[in-house]
Design a protein around this ligand. Sequence first.
Ligand code: FES
Ligand code: FES
Length: 219
Amino acid sequence: MSEHTRSRPAGEDSPSSAPAEASASSPNFSRRTFLKSVGVTPVVAAAIAPDAAEAQGATVVGPEAAPLTLTINGQKRTVTVEPRTTLLDAMRQQLELTGAKRVCDRGSCGACTVTIDKRTAYACSVLAVDAEGADIRTIEGLTQGTVLHPVQQAIFEKDGTMCGFCTPGFVMSTVALLDKTPNPTAAQAKKALDGNICRCGTYVRLLEAALSVKGGARG
Ligand code: FES
Ligand code: FES
């Protein structure tokens, strides 16, 4: 899936479980190479090499919890987290934003999908510190009062939920698709949703829902 990054559900840019230079079986694997692989750049975990980082002018945070401001659904929200805390944990444990679900917690199911700067991302695979300054959107930001977002309404009308654990992730992936491609083909919709897993098997109805809102009003 060309528009997606490491933190994005499945597709051709799915996160590899073992970066070439830092596989768990490699004798060169270390905490340092792992942290480098997940993109700790402007803000550096002190556990890596605080002296070296400070010498390069980087802001050193951690390993203790430190305040962090996230922009979620247009609002500035402050959390106090360790550098290792994921965006999903920060949202669920400190901000009572529990719409994004923790199912696999390892970047493979899509239940925790949010959008970051309009691109889908697995919140369980993004460090909260790396999301600072970005425009984060969650399922909680879609409804307007009691009025459902058109994608939510379409899934409801198509009877596209069973247990519902996967639903927020599918909604966010569909919203991201329609933001970028207002009139997707079935193939484009399938590809956009291929990083989300539904264990109850509601794929056909979810796809119908995604296609039914194409060209329609979207929030
Ligand atoms: S991909 Fe994040 S919980 Fe499964
Ligand atoms: S509705 Fe149960 S996992 Fe999708």
